[in-house]
Design a protein around this ligand. Structure first.
Ligand SMILES: [Zn+2]
Length: 260
């Protein structure tokens, strides 16, 4: 029985322009569901089209990736929020949203990124949807700051996507009841392996961030590579891989309020 899930990828990206339908068809053979996250307005529209074509398999979380915030005017962001509101029944969460200190370094841009982040958190709260958080850059600074912001904003349902922080920080996040999602690049990461071992299984999720973060470096990633995350979780926790599959499916259904 197929039980694996990719809670974060980008099926809309140009890397799949030549063979997108084939990629999704191949994924359907191995996976039970995938969440494709919109990074800006056009991308989210495209993601919703894909979801409509693959109902019950492709799910969407529209967001505004921190690297795309400064290229948008307030008016464009307002229109995008309206678009999200109009489609709130077709989406399972808001994201990816967050902070990125690797690409966004200008203090004014950082300030605006934070404001827009908080605005989108408000949207998620208004629609009672979970958020998919992208928190990247300079050690654990972005993750720690993001955690503080979601707590301050009284966000209850959140997943820290592609978690790159230390195991101790992961535990702290889980104590607040938030989820941690680990990508296929876990095969190359000692600290991700430790996270997989130490946090409660009931707050663990699995993803690819495809087309990025392939388990084989430099290669285009695809959702079915999420299999390696399950294998690694099973190894680290010394459990049967099916136990991990079942539990993570329940986590997915609980967080995104979806029944697979
Ligand atoms: Zn992503």
């Amino acid at each position: 029985m197929i039980e694996i899930i990719d809670i974060h990828c980008h099926l809309t990206f140009k890397e799949y322009d030549a063979d997108r339908e084939q990629v999704i068809e191949d994924a359907e053979k191995v996976l039970k569901g995938v969440v494709t996250s919109g990074v800006e307005p056009e991308d989210s529209k495209h993601a919703l089209e894909l979801a409509a074509m693959h109902e019950g398999f492709v799910f969407v979380t529209p967001g505004l990736h921190p690297i795309h915030v400064s290229e948008r005017t307030d008016q464009e962001i307002g229109e995008y929020e309206e678009f999200i509101s109009d489609n709130k029944r077709k989406i399972v969460g808001i994201g990816e949203i967050g902070l990125d200190y690797h690409w966004v370094r200008d203090p004014l841009k950082i300030k605006r990124t934070k404001e827009v982040f908080v605005e989108f958190l408000g949207l998620a709260k208004e629609f009672d949807l979970p958020v998919v958080l992208h928190l990247r850059g300079t050690g654990s600074e972005a993750i720690e700051e993001g955690l503080k912001i979601v707590l301050d904003e009284d966000i209850r349902k959140a997943v820290f996507h592609c978690f790159t922080g230390k195991p101790q920080l992961a535990e702290q996040i889980c104590e607040e009841g938030y989820y941690i999602s680990l990508p296929a690049s876990i095969v190359r990461s000692k600290s991700m392996k430790k996270v997989a071992k130490r946090i409660p299984l009931s707050l663990l999720l699995t993803e690819t961030d495809a087309p990025y973060l392939s388990p084989t470096e430099e290669e285009r990633n695809v959702p079915q590579h999420v299999k390696v995350v399950y294998e690694e979780i099973a190894i680290q926790r010394k459990i049967d891989v099916h136990v991990a599959e079942e539990e993570i499916e329940r986590n997915f259904e609980r967080l995104f309020a979806v029944e697979l």
